[in-house]
Design a protein around this ligand. Structure first.
Ligand code: IPM
Ligand code: MG
Length: 356
């Protein structure tokens, strides 16, 4: 029996997670899954006064995998930093030691015209971002906002040790071996010591363990340009926490919409699966969100945490088929678009069709 903890979180997080639940329910006939659901992010703040309670954290540690919706919203933006919904997410990632965040940015052929980029540039694009997730500037100490001599001063610390860099680099190289065998590592080694260390360690891991994989280093500013100039030449992109956060939203636009990009966060314990998009308060409550990123994240859960690659493939093919048939949500289509619920139903129909 595999345990999955569902944390829908806030706003459209709840809407897209509902569509995932239908898919989980469908596969329950072929594998034993025990589900539990709990409050997380703003929804937890409203009831318990904190984004991640000890009880929910314990449940997450005890589960085989955690499926997340999204957290945050204007309602909680003014809270002190430590009490914000996002802090719950960061604590969960850290406590689960989920140091490698995998974000596959594949352009589905049916959506090649949905991006703002030209079809000729996008053709063949399939980028896999590996983002370091439990270190760097998100967690570096000291961090503060205080008053010094009558002026407000704030600081965060971008710090990595060599082990933190090496272990995520290994994940990127391993994944590249199963794909097109190329890793592009992003840094800012021309300005920051910590990024020089990043480049040195990635180079050493490559030299010592992965010489068969092609390695390219790019400065983050240049990379931000290159991924829209020549997206199809990238395979795996390896980046630290902050640069990885930024570049993955850029890559999402290549796929047509942020609503298309799933993610898996893996490391020393059980995995966390969540769409890359946020809680989208602007479209929440209207049943128009795109559930595809969430459903593809569930697909990654089956593959990475439950070792059921066949179900994962079925889910991805079900999504692909649904898109091929012309079904669209508002973010990726113009007319006759489906609601979030209808899109979930349509995908499930196609999964069922493909599995029989
Ligand atoms: C992401 C999000 C999060 C992050 C936020 C919600 C804390 O942007 O997963 O990309 O910055 O990591
Ligand atoms: Mg982000």
């Amino acid at each position: 029996m595999k345990k999955i903890l569902i944390l829908p979180g806030d706003r459209i997080g709840q809407e897209v997670t509902n569509e995932c639940l239908k898919v989980i329910d469908y596969f329950r006939k072929s594998c034993e899954i025990e589900l539990s659901e709990d409050l997380f992010g703003g929804a937890s703040i409203d009831v318990h006064g904190e984004p991640l309670t000890k009880n929910v954290l314990d449940k997450a540690l005890d589960a085989d995998a955690v499926l997340l919706g999204a957290v945050g919203g204007p309602k909680w933006e003014k809270l002190e930093h430590n009490l914000k919904p996002e802090k719950g997410l960061l604590t969960l990632r850290k406590e689960l030691e989920a140091f490698a965040n995998l974000r596959p940015g594949k352009v589905f052929p049916a959506l090649i015209n949905s991006s703002t980029l030209k079809k000729s540039v996008l053709q063949g694009t399939d980028i896999f971002v590996v983002r370091e997730l439990t270190g760097g500037i998100y967690f570096g100490e000291p961090r503060y906002m205080k008053e010094v001599g009558g002026k407000r001063v704030a600081a965060n610390n971008l710090i990595y040790n060599e082990d933190e860099i090496a272990r995520v680099a290994r994940v990127a190289f391993e994944i590249a071996r199963k794909r097109k065998n190329k890793v592009t590592s992003l840094d800012k080694a021309n300005v920051l010591e910590v990024m020089q260390l990043w480049r040195d360690v990635v180079t050493e891991v490559h030299e010592n363990e992965f010489k068969d994989v092609e390695l390219e280093h790019l400065y983050i500013d240049n990379a931000a340009m290159q991924v829209i100039k020549r997206p199809s030449t990238f395979d795996v992109i390896l980046a630290g926490n902050l640069f990885g956060d930024i570049i993955s939203d850029e890559i999402a636009e290549l796929t047509g919409s942020l609503g298309m990009l799933p993610s898996a966060s893996i490391g020393n314990k059980n995995g966390i699966y969540e769409p890359v998009h946020g809680s989208a308060p602007d479209i929440a409550g209207q049943n128009i969100a795109n559930p595809i990123a969430a459903i593809l994240s569930l697909g990654m859960l089956f593959k990475y945490s439950l070792n059921l690659g066949n179900i994962s493939d079925l889910i991805e093919n079900g999504v692909s088929e649904t898109l091929n048939l012309g079904f669209r949500t508002k973010d990726i289509g113009n007319e006759n678009t489906l609601t979030c619920t209808e899109m979930g139903d349509e995908i499930l129909k196609n999964i069922d069709k493909l599995s029989s």
